[in-house]
Ligand binder design. Structure first.
Ligand code: CTP
Length: 400
């Protein structure tokens, strides 16, 4: 079996001594569920926190802890176990383990395996806040970064010792996400991507406005997928209430006019522009500064058209590679292709608005100069990765 989006097959999961070791069981289960062959290696200290039998049952493989394990024929457990591994993930990684790693020590099976590896090594630190903040740990982390050992987390929060702060191990789901992100192909390395996402909000008065049901999920997923592909991402977003993608430069805006201005300031630097935002087509002329009081009369709002941000960009003398979205409720492909022509886009992404709004699973149809490409129904994260792959292919083919 092979892991879907990364091509990873075999992973060594190292477990060191820390309370968070209990979460490693769930982590192992999630990794197996994603199609990975998981070989668990524990330290002596880890076995004080969780039993090997748990991991053996979850992964279907015996668990190793001893450098001199007699179950390994040639007595070379450190070579045998890391051979053929596509990655080593150590979670939880204790302060002591990181210190050993930073010094290149190899006095037990796990550290030996790490030193003798020829695959990427990722570690999820888990320790008390003060241990994390100590100059010694920070010095070790700086050295590990130089050695290109990737740190996943830690998170901030409540700790087993009763304190609150940095040092908590990331939750298993989060670790699996980060592992997947790390191994995405870097198809857009160093490419500058500017994106719009979410709805816009056009004020009627101090408390009311015109907006739409765009959740921002697709735009945010796309920003994440672009980051995973190695791009430098700037996200201009309308109000969504969603957590901003880690690593992106984010500019929050409210109205279409503000979104246009934010895009105009940044467009000169962009290699790729992706317009995912559901921009309100109209804004209210003369919105009231105060809350409008109701009376018995009919209330008339005067609306004026908003600028078309995407069309503004494609009309430039040397526009970046532009991608538009077309959310339609009927004649999906016909309307989308008309928009693509009208806005001079090399690529437009069509989706059925009735299906897409607020949902986590969508089908996307990509229309470009070569024709139509269907991205079969999948969650937005998967679709975002597929879409970035397509965009990268078109963009890279145009590069000199
Ligand atoms: N777009 C934009 N600025 C606007 C309106 C749309 O940048 N003022 C972008 C959207 O982000 C999306 C694409 O243009 O990429 C959508 O095209 P558009 O024709 O404006 O879509 P709708 O507003 O849905 O058009 P219609 O109401 O005609 O279906």
């Amino acid at each position: 079996m092979e892991h879907k989006s990364t091509g990873l097959k075999r992973i060594v999961l190292g477990i060191t001594g820390g309370v968070a070791a209990y979460k490693a069981a769930e982590l192992a289960r999630l990794l197996v569920k994603r199609g990975l062959d998981v070989q668990v290696v524990m330290t002596q200290a880890a076995s004080h926190f969780i039993g090997a039998a748990t991991f053996q049952a979850i992964t279907g493989h015996p668990v190793f802890a001893d450098l001199w394990d007699e179950r390994v024929d040639n007595g070379m457990a450190h070579i045998d176990l890391s051979r053929g591994a596509d990655a080593i993930l150590v979670a939880p990684a204790s302060a002591d383990f990181l210190a050993k790693l930073a010094q290149g020590r190899a006095d037990d099976l796990l550290t030996t395996l790490c030193l003798a590896r020829d695959c990427p090594l990722l570690a999820a630190p888990a320790m008390n806040r003060q241990m994390w903040e100590s100059p010694a740990t920070q010095r070790n982390l700086a050295r590990l970064a130089e050695d290109e050992i990737a740190m996943l987390g830690p998170a901030s929060g409540e700790q087993a010792c009763g304190e609150t702060g940095f040092g908590r191990m990331l939750e298993p789901e989060h670790l699996v996400d980060d592992l997947e992100a790390y191994f995405q192909p870097k198809r857009l390395k160093g490419v500058k991507v500017l994106m719009t996402a979410g709805p816009t909000y056009e004020a009627i008065d101090a408390v009311r406005g015109i907006t739409n049901r765009s959740s921002g999920k697709m735009g945010y997923a796309l920003a994440r997928a672009a980051l995973e592909a190695g791009a430098e991402v700037t996200l201009v977003t309308g109000p969504t209430g969603m957590a901003t993608p880690e690593g992106a430069q984010v500019q929050h805006v409210v109205s279409a006019q503000q979104m246009l201005e934010a895009v105009e300031v940044r467009i000169g630097e962009a290699d790729i522009f992706i317009a995912v935002a559901a921009v309100a087509d109209y804004y209210v002329l003369n919105p009231s500064e105060n809350k409008i009081k109701k009376d018995a009369h009919i209330l008339t709002l005067e609306l004026a058209p908003n600028p078309d941000i995407l069309a503004n960009v494609t009309a430039k003398a040397a526009p970046p590679f532009c991608v538009g979205f077309a959310a339609e409720s009927e004649n999906l492909e016909e309307y989308a292709e008309l928009k693509r022509k009208r806005k001079h886009l090399p690529l437009i992404v069509a989706n059925d608005v009735k299906e897409a709004i607020g949902s986590d699973s969508v089908q996307l149809i990509l229309l470009d100069d070569a024709g139509r490409h269907v991205l079969e129904q999948a969650d937005k994260r998967t679709q975002a990765r597929r879409l970035i792959e397509h965009i990268a292919r078109l963009y890279n083919a145009r590069r000199p």
